[in-house]
Ligand binder design. Structure first.
Ligand SMILES: [Ca+2]
Ligand SMILES: [Ca+2]
Length: 76
């Protein structure tokens, strides 16, 4: 499993415990659906689709986690 280095320089190990990095809803792929799941949580407090939302492992779901998924989608 690939690991990515968070902006702080720490390896985001906790984010990979329940699944692959970027796979917010746990369906095995990273797609725009994962972005939507994070947006629904941040904008509507709807966590129903979130299995692995904390991508950088800081314990909370923020726009930073959205950015991480976005960068994965872009191939960065
Ligand atoms: Ca997914
Ligand atoms: Ca986070």
């Amino acid at each position: 499993m690939a690991q990515r280095v968070a902006a702080s320089g720490n390896v985001a190990t906790r984010a990979t415990i329940s699944g692959m990095l970027g796979d917010v809803n746990g369906d095995g792929i990273v797609s725009s659906v994962d972005m939507t799941a994070l947006y629904n949580y941040l904008l509507n407090n709807d966590s129903s689709a979130i299995v692995n939302g904390d991508q950088d492992g800081d314990g909370i779901i923020t726009s930073v986690d959205v950015t991480i998924v976005y960068n994965i989608l872009l191939g960065n």
